[in-house]
Structure formats: C-alpha cells, structure tokens
Design a protein around this ligand. Structure first.
Ligand code: GLY
Ligand code: MN
Ligand code: MN
Length: 402
C-alpha cells in the first residue's frame, strides 16, 4: 500500500471527526518468554491510518486544520542496536505525514489543542473484551487515560473507524484477492499431496512453506489443521496428531498479504469417507451454499443471521442432531459459533455493527457441524464481498468438495 492510500484513509476519518481531534496509538511489544518479545504485529486502526508497522508510535489528527502528526517513540541506544528503529524520514515517506515529532513536542501540541477542543477522540474499550482469555495490548487504554488528564472529555472513535474500514476500497479488495489467491494455491498444493501426509504438522509446514516461499508475511492467524475429533475444538492449533485414513481433516488457513487476511476452511476425507462423514459434509456444504445466497446490499444483518440459523436448524434436524426445531441446546452444541464475521486487516475485522449490508463489505460465511461423540467436525468457509448488485465469492475457485 502506498502513502496515498493512508492519506486518503486519514481524510475519510477527518470527515467523520467534523473538526475534532483524534489520537490513535500503535501497539507496544509484548513479552514472549524471559527477555524475548513476540514478533511484533501492528494495531489495525493505527496501521490503516499510517502504514507504520513499528511499535509505540502515535498519530495525532486535527480535522479542523486537516493536519496530522506522527509521534516517534523514544528508543534507547541498546534497543536500537538490537532491533533497529524506524527513522522519521522513512516514517514520513511511508505514511505521507510530513510532521514527525517526539513525545515532548506531542505533549505540548496536545495541551495547545486542548485549549480549542474540549473533546478528543481515541480508541475506547474493545467490544466483548470480557470474553477474551488473554491480556490486551495496553497502549490504547493507557493513552485514553492520559488524554483524560489533558482534555475535558475523551470519546471513543473505535466504531467510527470500524465503519470506515468495513467499506473496502478497490486497493484493499485487490490485496484481499491476492491473500485469497495465495491461500487457494496452498490448499490445492496440500490437497494434491493429501495421501502422503502422516501428521497434522506436515500439512501445516507445507502451507507455511507455500506462503513464505512466495514472499507473503505468512499466516494471518494460527493455522488450524485438525483431524477427526480435533476439529471439534474450534481453535485447535496444536496440529500434532497422527493422521488416520478413516478421518476427516479440517483445514482453516489464511495467508496475510500486503496487510490483509484471507480466512478459508475446507474439510477433506483422508481416505474413503464413511456414509455419515459424507452426509455431514454434504449438509454443511448445502447450508453454506444457501447462506451465501442470502447476501446482498440492503439485506438486514439481523435477518441474515436469523435466516442462516433456520437453514442450519433444518440441516441438524435432518442429521438427527436436534430433537425438534426448538431444541436450542443441541443447536448450539453442534453449531457453537457465528455464521460470519468481517474480514480485512484483522482476521476478525469489525463491520461496525451495521443494520444492513453495504457494497464493499467483506465477510466470511462459515457454517460448521461438530459431533465429538462421532469424531466428526466439518466447517466450510469462504470470503464474500458484498457488491452493488449482490455478492462475489472471492474464494469460489477452491472446490468445497470432500
Ligand atoms: N480462522 C478463524 C475463523 O474462522 O474465524
Ligand atoms: Mn472465519
Ligand atoms: Mn477460519
């Protein structure tokens, strides 16, 4: 992505800020073990506004003056020697922001802006954070609190940014198509060699090799290579089990290319499928086909989910997995996750809680049926772009067959 892309994104954000001021912060590095950090990954909103892929930077955006400032972190000499640093000149070139200042200058600038703006916008709490079973990157909360000591009011701009990011622009769709195309290549490569694999990790290794050897950053999320009942653990990422010929193999994989994620799932038979395996797979395939057909601009999001659930209920009833159409307990046991989520810079990219679908949105359609007592887990997932007239299945080229 070029500086013009990020400049245009800031302009779109400024229009929404209606003369206001916003400060958006990068993630900081997080501990991996002892004195080593995890490989750094950037906060999606900050990246979308600046293109900067380094930790601890800020961007200050003043919509009244139509001006932005990048704030560089203070880097110690030893940190610089070990990890390098991003020079102000490179940061300016990458982002298209000519003003790069240090943290002391930023503090002065914010105090000055607070004289004419009582409100400042920043990223507020993540929705559903109470369900996370991990510690959040602390930078947004820290910034939010410190801005509260300078401005009268700090308001959350997370939803505004989500709504802007949800409507993908042509260059974003092109990047997503590249990520999807690379992922499809990886699936076809693995499918052609399926009989040769002895362990789940060999399949994972081939995907990783396929992506990295073609220059992609790698996986957009931890790859799921789940044989038999392992597929019933939705985010199974150990990928260490020996494969057996009588099992199905669920592959949920997505490459990351030019900042954008693919997210595709297929379920294959490792040998000759049993009647039941084929029946469950066929049911998921039929549900997925029908649910994709529901997607069009103007369709109410709530109605889409309700119709999708009805379609899934019919499939579960036919498979004998629900006692009747009101058997919600078994419905949620055998289909325990959402039908769709937005896709973009983040693999779970917020659509900004829209009432209706709009052209430019990209979301997954990923029905799944998981029957641990039968050792069967099937999910099929495609990436769908809402167009002005309906939708395009961006991953349609990859067969969903068993
Ligand atoms: N790959 C995670 C998901 O499908 O949501
Ligand atoms: Mn998904
Ligand atoms: Mn997935």
């Amino acid at each position: 992505m070029q500086a013009d892309f990020f400049r245009h994104n800031r302009e779109r954000f400024m229009q929404q800020l209606a003369g206001g001021v916003a400060v958006v912060v990068a993630y900081t590095q997080m501990q991996r073990k002892n004195d080593a950090a995890f490989k750094f990954e950037q906060e999606a909103n900050f990246w979308w506004l600046t293109g900067i892929e380094t930790a601890d930077w800020w961007v200050i955006i003043d919509a009244k003056r139509g001006r932005s400032w990048l704030v560089a972190p203070t880097i110690s000499h030893s940190h610089q020697v070990f990890d390098g640093s991003l020079s102000p000149a490179t940061a300016a070139l990458r982002s298209g922001i000519e003003h790069v200042i240090d943290q002391n200058e930023a503090e002065k600038l914010l105090r000055q802006l607070a004289k004419t703006h009582s409100v400042v916008y920043a990223l507020g709490d993540m929705p559903h954070a109470e369900y996370f079973d991990f510690i959040q990157n602390p930078t947004s909360k820290k910034l939010y609190d410190s801005l509260g000591r300078i401005f009268n009011t700090v308001d959350d701009c997370r939803k505004t940014l989500a709504q802007l990011r949800a409507l993908k622009q042509p260059e974003e769709i092109a990047a997503m198509k590249r990520a999807i195309s690379l992922t499809i290549g990886g699936f076809n490569d693995v499918k052609s060699k399926l009989a040769n694999y002895m362990h789940e990790y060999q399949v994972e290794a081939d995907f990783s090799h396929y992506f990295r050897s073609r220059g992609a950053v790698g996986h957009a999320y931890d790859p799921i290579v789940a044989a038999g009942k392992n597929a019933c653990t939705l985010h199974y990422i150990e990928n260490n089990t020996k494969l057996a010929k009588n099992e199905l193999l669920l592959l949920d994989i997505g490459a990351q290319v030019d900042g954008y994620a693919a997210d595709i799932t297929r379920t294959y038979a490792l040998g000759r499928p049993t009647k039941r395996q084929a029946e469950v797979h066929g049911a998921v395939q039929a549900v997925q086909r029908q649910v994709i057909q529901l997607l069009s601009p103007g369709v109410a999001v709530r109605e889409y989910y309700e119709k999708g659930e009805k379609i899934m209920k019919i499939a579960l009833l036919q498979l004998g997995l629900m006692a009747n159409k009101n058997d919600d307990k078994h419905f949620h046991t055998y289909f325990p996750h959402a039908m769709s989520h937005g896709l973009g810079v983040d693999v779970h990219d917020s659509l900004g809680a829209p009432a209706v679908f709009a052209p430019g949105m990209v979301l997954t359609v990923e029905p799944g049926i998981y029957i641990p007592e039968e050792g069967i887990g099937v999910r099929i997932e495609d990436d769908i772009l809402i167009t002005t007239t309906g939708h395009t299945n961006l991953s349609a080229k990859l067969s969903t067959d068993l």
